[in-house]
Design a protein. Structure first.
Length: 314
């Protein structure tokens, strides 16, 4: 019979352990620093020698490599299981969600070796397919996307002319890491990210650095705010922006007015500038618009008269 032992803070019910599990327990308590207890069991190290021309294995008195890392993991696991604070559904749910988020983040990372072997556009194309998105190449109207969970046949080496022009990530789990290299795509013109639940203001800060972007759809993204929209002011070539169905965006009309003032060529879809005003305010705005149109027509007539006068005078 082995002596009675305990495992750190575990209950005294785990006593008189026998067999392999006894190797991972200690009769000593935790040290003064509060570190977990390591096993006192270490496998002896043997050495082969030749005695009178006969091979022989003797014990050197030393110890081999101690499986301390395995022991620490087992002890930590036993302590977590025994701790009643961790035995609730909320803790397991939080742990599961954090694991899924980390797995999703790792799936969107693009390694430097992949960029070196495949080129930037092909490496980004692989990442898009892993997320379940789709894309179009320059000069082609065909969508390239996974089918029934099977990824498309993509090049396994660099191909000149493989250039991404349109990317559709709608409904995917795109996060900040997945947008890292999009600003480096020189031919990217159209980007759709509709109903992306993880898309936030930090993600839009990277989208705002895609200089050649002309079309952007960020509608129905629940985590976007007005701060994220303000980062799009750097998109000088943007022609159309879709921002409908974003519940977290406050003062959307004001932010979009500022964007249109900063980007004169952009058309923002999904914004009703006078929809929230009273009927009297709408009538005043309509009157101002009609008056402005009349003044513009008068200015045109005066311009025509002056041109005719100058021509006749000449």
């Amino acid at each position: 019979m082995l002596p009675s032992v305990t495992i750190g803070r575990l209950s005294h019910s785990l006593v008189k352990l026998q067999g392999p599990l006894a190797r991972y327990v200690s009769s000593e308590t935790a040290d003064k620093k509060g570190e977990s207890v390591r096993s006192v069991y270490c496998k002896s190290k043997y050495m082969r020698v030749v005695d009178n021309k006969k091979p022989r294995k003797i014990c050197t008195g030393l110890v081999g490599e101690s499986p301390s890392s395995v022991q620490d993991k087992i002890l930590a696991l036993l302590q977590k299981i025994w701790d009643m604070k961790t035995l609730n559904i909320d803790t397991f749910k939080t742990s599961f969600i954090s694991r899924m988020r980390e797995r999703n983040r790792q799936k969107q990372l693009i390694l430097d070796k992949d960029i070196g072997n495949l080129g930037l556009d092909i490496a980004v194309a692989y990442m898009i397919c892993r997320l379940g998105g789709r894309f179009q190449l320059v000069g082609s109207s065909e969508w390239i996307q996974p089918y029934a969970g099977t990824p498309p046949l993509l090049p396994r080496e660099f191909i000149d002319g493989f250039l991404l022009e349109t990317i559709d990530l709608s409904g995917t789990n795109i996060v900040y890491e997945g947008l890292e290299f999009l600003p480096c795509l020189t031919h990217l013109r159209y980007l759709r990210m509709k109903r992306c639940v993880h898309l936030d203001d930090f993600c839009l800060s990277r989208v705002g650095r895609i200089k050649g972007l002309r079309f952007l759809d960020v509608s129905e993204c629940p985590n976007l705010t007005s701060k994220g929209l303000a980062t799009l002011a750097q998109l000088k070539n943007l022609r159309r922006l879709l921002v409908s169905g974003n519940p977290q965006i406050e003062d959307k009309e004001l932010v979009c007015l500022l964007l249109e003032d900063h980007l004169p060529m952009v058309y923002i879809d999904g914004v009703d500038y006078i929809g929230q005003l009273s009927s009297e305010a709408k009538e005043k705005i309509s009157h101002l618009i009609s008056t402005n149109k009349r003044s513009i027509e008068l200015q045109k007539e005066e311009t025509n008269v002056n041109e005719v006068y100058l021509i006749n005078k000449a």
